[in-house]
Design a protein around this ligand. Structure first.
Ligand SMILES: CC(C)(COP(=O)(O)OP(=O)(O)OC[C@H]1O[C@@H](n2cnc3c(N)ncnc32)[C@H](O)[C@@H]1OP(=O)(O)O)[C@@H](O)C(=O)NCCC(=O)NCCS
Length: 214
């Protein structure tokens, strides 16, 4: 018995060219906290619906860790989210997630991601999104994948466009206290998916059984 046997998301691993997407186990949490403390975006902007990066440096490490423990603790077949740490050439650079409701029926879910600021603008955000989408389409039988980004987040919107997501309306979303901003919704299907490097994966049969696909 090991933890991946108990909790199959911990057995997943996606390799795509220079990237590895690995589960956020406790050993990688401190590295991710260090990255987040080093800055993810210009403090004047806020790319996240929940403005977690506004937390003071003495609160952010615990908040971040509790969030990831909470994601595991609240896992259910009806509502789950995959959270991966992203390594580029062996270095932890950010996070990539896929969150869904009633996946066994809906076959859809939403991607979310961030990178430490030093790693922006080098194509990593595009590659990690291509990797998670290839994984969902090819190994989890996804029918569609959604994403969303505020109108003032050109990098995230550019990644969605480059990966082949199509515009799917806008929504008003709250972010910082008392503020709303238009959020561009995006929808990706196999037909328009712009694949990047091929992926190789492990841990899939156990994970498919865990989420009720097999
Ligand atoms: C969003 C994010 C993951 C993208 O990752 P990245 O590695 O920087 O993205 P890439 O280098 O793969 O591509 C970025 C694209 O955005 C474009 N872009 C970046 N800033 C831009 C700007 N101000 N105006 C127009 N395009 C812009 C780049 O030109 C590039 O497109 P190109 O390759 O066609 O030139 C990263 O910027 C990030 O972590 N941002 C902060 C957190 C965040 O916004 N998360 C998403 C929340 S929805």
């Amino acid at each position: 018995m090991n933890l991946a046997t108990v909790f199959p998301p911990f057995g997943l691993r996606i390799e795509a060219g220079p990237l590895v997407l690995r589960p956020i186990t406790d050993d990688v949490l401190p590295e991710l906290v260090d990255l987040a403390l080093g800055g993810i975006h210009d403090p004047k902007m806020m790319p996240f619906n929940v403005p977690w990066t506004d937390a003071p440096p003495d609160r952010l490490p615990l908040n971040f860790t509790l969030y990831h423990w909470g994601q595991r603790a609240s896992w259910s077949p009806e509502h789950w989210g995959l959270e991966f740490a992203v390594e580029h050439e062996g270095r932890v650079v950010g996070c990539q997630s896929f969150a869904t409701h009633n996946y066994a029926v809906t076959r859809t879910g939403e991607t979310g991601s961030w990178l430490g600021k030093p790693f922006h603008g080098a194509g990593i955000g595009t590659m990690m999104r291509q990797a998670i989408c290839a994984f969902c389409f090819d190994h989890l039988d996804a029918d569609e994948i959604t994403s969303a980004a505020f109108a003032d987040n050109p990098a995230s919107n550019a990644v969605s466009r480059k990966v082949g997501y199509q515009p799917n309306g806008t929504q008003r979303k709250t972010r910082r206290e008392g503020e709303w901003k238009g959020s561009q919704q995006w929808l990706l299907t196999r037909e328009t998916f712009n694949r990047g490097a091929g992926i190789s994966v492990s841990g899939v049969p156990e994970f498919r059984a865990f989420i009720g696909l097999d």
